[in-house]
Design a protein around this ligand. Sequence first.
Ligand code: ZN
Length: 132
Amino acid sequence: MQHKFVEYIPEEVIEGNIYISVQFATAVHKCCCGCGEEVVTPITPTDWKLIFDGDTISLNPSIGNWSLKCRSHYFIRRNVIQWCSSWSEQQVNTNKLQDKINKDKYFEHSKGEEEPILLIKLWRYLKALITS
Ligand SMILES: [Zn+2]
């Protein structure tokens, strides 16, 4: 897997590449199983974390494409795909619930901080539009 730091995610996402926009805190790649579906992983304190070690990238936690037909499940660690077993419906639901709890907890702690972050993002977006 090749990582590409970009300002904007390109219209054509090439298989085997992962595009990372730091500005918009998002990474996009084509599903590693080869099904051709695009997978978007938002980088936020409650979604995915991106680790760049100067040479390779890792995404945490794993990427579970439960909404895709292929239901593929893998980690991207140091630009290498590590396959995991597909989850059962129950595991997916348990994970979704845990995710929701984490998000609720996070936003409860950062009430009032959320708004400035959104404003900064909006401002960056507008600035990027003007300067492009
Ligand atoms: Zn797939």
